[in-house]
Design a protein around this ligand. Structure first.
Ligand SMILES: Cc1ncc(COP(=O)(O)O)c(C=O)c1O
Length: 395
């Protein structure tokens, strides 16, 4: 079966954040929005069909998330990622960010420290701060080749008795790393040694490009599993953020009970009737679509890399190992903060995420979301190429 990735449905007239916030964020609607992490690509036909079928039933009352939906995800996680999950460990969550907040409240007290490794998805540090906890920042380290890894020495030197939790982004937004087993094992050893629990945000785990392989943190043995909460869902990979559905897996009983105490005090209920059926369809029937999507994203990234390679004195990128987010290093352009953003908005007419929003370590970078249809990608590349061409000519 072939799927539609060459062009996409028009989202500009509706409530899509990516489009509706253009004026506010970029001061113009002329930019191609390639910022927030959702896709301008239609979701899988099996998801559309399941939601349509449910919409036709005229009663939209309370519904439980069915066991069959959890079972579909459990089977998917075993098959695709070698992670053995049990139904009893799993909870519904309307959002991975909500999960982060609940976990911070459940596993730390006000004033205690939570490890965050920037540059990273902004809610990682905002959730810690908004809950009155303290961010223990362990910035990612650049390797000789310019890629990122964890800074274990810095981490070891900063951990103290108030350090209780680590927020792991795996695969990592925005730098696109798919962490190797050795990197994860060292991180796990440090956490085990110091009694630090781990929230593994693995929402991007299905967006990994071969030969890279996502290794769930909780799959690193029983001891590691029992200090880990894993947050997963179809939001990114099936482009269903608007269905507001994800899950949480907490194998350890005590960790589960602490989580439940906060979770139940909020009353997340069970999600939406459309979320339940869309979620189950994605994990039961969506694998072929996901593989086709990955090939499309890989092709968009390769095209972007070819344009970037024409301007080695200005801009660099490492092909992401996972996620559809390209982390563009622009520091050699010699433009600071606002001027760099202005270049992308006014010269390239592209609405990207400024690297600085992922922490000060992101200064000089821009994050570009390439999860767009072929026609949009080609237009974006024309704009980027032409703006960089003019800039290099005038520099
Ligand atoms: C690492 C990461 N976690 C969580 C989210 C958001 O998840 P949700 O919409 O389920 O809160 C994103 C979205 O960009 C993300 O990149």
């Amino acid at each position: 079966m072939s799927y539609r990735f060459d062009s996409g449905a028009d989202r500009s007239g509706g409530n899509a954040e990516k489009y509706a916030l253009r004026q506010k964020l970029f001061g113009t609607e002329a930019v191609l929005p390639m910022w927030v992490a959702d896709m301008d690509i239609e979701t899988a036909p099996c998801v559309l069909e399941a939601v349509r079928r449910r919409a036709e039933h005229p009663v939209y009352g309370y519904e439980e998330m069915p066991d069959s939906a959890f079972e579909a995800q459990i089977a998917w996680m075993r098959r695709r990622h070698g992670l053995a999950l049990e139904r009893e460990w799993m909870r519904f969550s309307p959002s991975v960010v909500a999960t982060l907040n609940v976990a911070i409240q459940a596993y730390t007290k006000p004033g205690e420290k939570v490890i965050v490794q920037p540059p990273v998805y902004p809610p990682f540090f905002k959730s810690v701060e908004r809950n009155g906890r303290v961010v223990l920042s362990n910035p990612l380290m650049r390797t000789e080749g310019g890629d990122y890894t964890f800074d274990f020495d810095n981490l070891r030197s900063k951990i103290d008795t108030d350090t209780k939790l680590l927020l792991l982004c795996s695969p990592h937004n925005p730098v696109g790393r798919v962490w190797r087993e050795a990197e994860l094992r060292t991180l796990a050893e440090i956490c085990l040694e110091h009694g630090i629990r781990v929230v593994a945000d693995e929402i991007h785990s299905d967006l990994v490009f071969a030969p890279h392989r996502h290794i769930p943190f909780a799959s690193l043995g029983d001891a590691v599993r029992d200090i880990t909460l894993t947050a997963i869902g179809p939001g990114k990979s099936f482009n269903v953020a608007g269905l507001a559905i994800s899950t949480v897996a907490i194998p350890d009983t005590e960790m589960r009970e602490s989580f439940d105490a906060v979770y139940e005090s909020i009353h997340f209920a069970q999600g939406t009737i459309f979320g339940h059926v869309g979620f189950e369809a994605a994990f039961r029937e969506g694998e072929a679509w996901l593989e086709a999507l990955l090939a499309h994203l890989r092709s968009n990234l390769a095209k972007l890399a070819r344009v970037v390679a024409r301007y080695p004195g200005l801009i660099h990128m490492h092909l992401p190992e996972g996620t559809y987010l390209a982390w563009l290093e622009c520091s050699q352009m010699g433009l600071e903060g606002r001027a760099l953003r202005r270049f992308f908005v006014e010269e390239a007419q592209l609405g990207l995420s400024p690297g600085i929003s992922f922490g000060k370590e992101g200064a000089g970078f821009m994050r570009m979301n390439v999860a767009v249809p072929t026609d949009t990608m080609e237009e974006a590349l024309r704009r980027l190429d032409s703006a960089l061409g003019r800039f290099s000519g005038s520099a």
